[in-house]
Design a protein around this ligand. Structure first.
Ligand code: TYM
Length: 345
């Protein structure tokens, strides 16, 4: 057993989360993840990773990957993540992630991965053409989190199943190697109206980078006119805004737009409804929502542009973050290897 004072003892509270550099960020990423990242950095020790190893589970053009990685880092900083407080780094710069993932590949069961809905959604009928990496993707995600013994992971609702798998891997490792409590049973931080932002064209599908229709999402880098246009054209039903949240049931488009407004304004849906109930969507609500989006997102995209103009500075911050991350990861991986029975240093 580890001593309480050892660097590998259970962490009091530590946050880990990541975003893939696989395309432009959208409002779902912003509300489901980035806004929470910013709030948590004042409360706990936080590590925010740009998960480039995850990104290559689907083809990424090597000519673009570095720029995409910097863009995600720029989005973190522009949203308010302070690299002096939180540790921000690229996953591939900390090789311990891949090493722990291998050990976890030998802990996780095929049956567990077969149940992962995101793999099924991404591959559809063409499972045999997917990379092996895409299949074991959630195992690498568990390694990301447990490499730091992170206790809390802020994510959108689509990551819930991956977080449950992370707990299963931790519990099985602790049990199989007779190391009770070595890896924590990490808690997902999902709650809030921003946890599941849906497509603006089809409120039964989540807002996603991979949706072929750009009209389905608000990108962090969209300008004011584009945002206003997308919100004007966002699908709704013909009824006016209702008086109560209960009446949003069975009205997924209305519910989604209300959720976006509430998440951006930091209000409840009920409070938003109190102002707009009885009116048609196009009357006052949609223009107010577009204004709110522009007000919140345009400083973020302006700051992203400013930061992206100096890629060397982003690389410097990421390299410094990777060094801090490695200092935390190395002793935990070394202890894990000792527990597994490896004799090498
Ligand atoms: P990724 O890059 O797909 O998404 C990044 C974050 O955005 C959230 N998100 C959403 N939230 C609300 N509504 C939406 N429509 C929406 N779409 C995306 C995601 O839940 C996520 O929080 N597997 C992760 C990356 C990852 C990770 C990790 C996360 C790798 N290792 C360790 C946490 C901990 C992913 O694909 O994120």
């Amino acid at each position: 057993m580890t001593e309480p004072s050892s660097p590998t003892a259970p962490t009091a509270a530590r946050v880990f989360s990541g975003v893939q550099p696989s395309g432009a960020l959208h409002l779902g990423n912003y509300l489901g993840a980035l806004v929470k990242f910013v709030a948590l950095q004042h409360e706990m020790e936080c590590l925010y990773c740009v998960v480039d190893l995850h990104a290559i589970t689907a083809w990424q053009d090597p000519k673009n990957l570095a720029a995409q990685t910097r863009e995600i880092a720029a989005a973190y900083f522009a949203a308010g993540v302070d690299p002096a407080k939180a540790i921000v780094f690229a996953q591939s710069a900390v090789p311990e992630h891949a090493e722990l993932a291998w050990i976890f590949n030998c802990v996780a069961r095929l049956g567990w991965l077969d149940r992962m809905t995101q793999f099924k959604e991404k591959t559809g009928k063409h499972k045999e053409r997917a990379s092996v990496g895409l299949y074991t993707y959630p195992v690498l995600q568990a390694a990301d989190i447990l490499l730091y013994k992170a206790t809390h992971v802020p994510v959108g609702e689509d990551q819930k199943q991956h977080l449950e798998l992370t707990r299963d891997i931790a519990a099985k490792f602790n049990h199989d190697f007779d190391a009770p409590g070595f890896f924590p049973l990490t808690e997902a931080l999902i709650e809030g109206p921003g946890a599941r932002i849906m497509s603006l064209r089809d409120a039964t599908a989540k807002m996603s980078k991979s949706d072929p229709s750009d009209q389905s999402r608000i990108n962090l880098t969209d300008d004011a006119d584009t945002i206003a246009n997308k919100i004007r054209r966002a699908k709704t039903d013909p009824l006016p805004l209702p008086d109560t949240v209960e009446e949003l049931k069975g009205r997924p488009e209305a519910d989604n737009l209300l959720g976006i407004y509430a998440a951006l304004a930091g209000e409840t849906k009920a409070a938003v409804l109190a102002r707009f109930a009885g009116q048609g969507f196009g009357q006052a609500f949609k223009p107010a929502l577009a204004d709110l989006l522009v007000e919140r997102l345009s400083p973020v995209s302006a700051e992203m542009r400013r930061l992206m103009a100096d890629p060397a500075e982003i690389d410097r911050i990421l390299a410094a973050g990777a060094e801090r991350a490695r200092a935390l990861a190395a002793p935990i991986l070394a202890e894990t290897k000792r527990i597994v029975g490896f004799t090498g240093g």
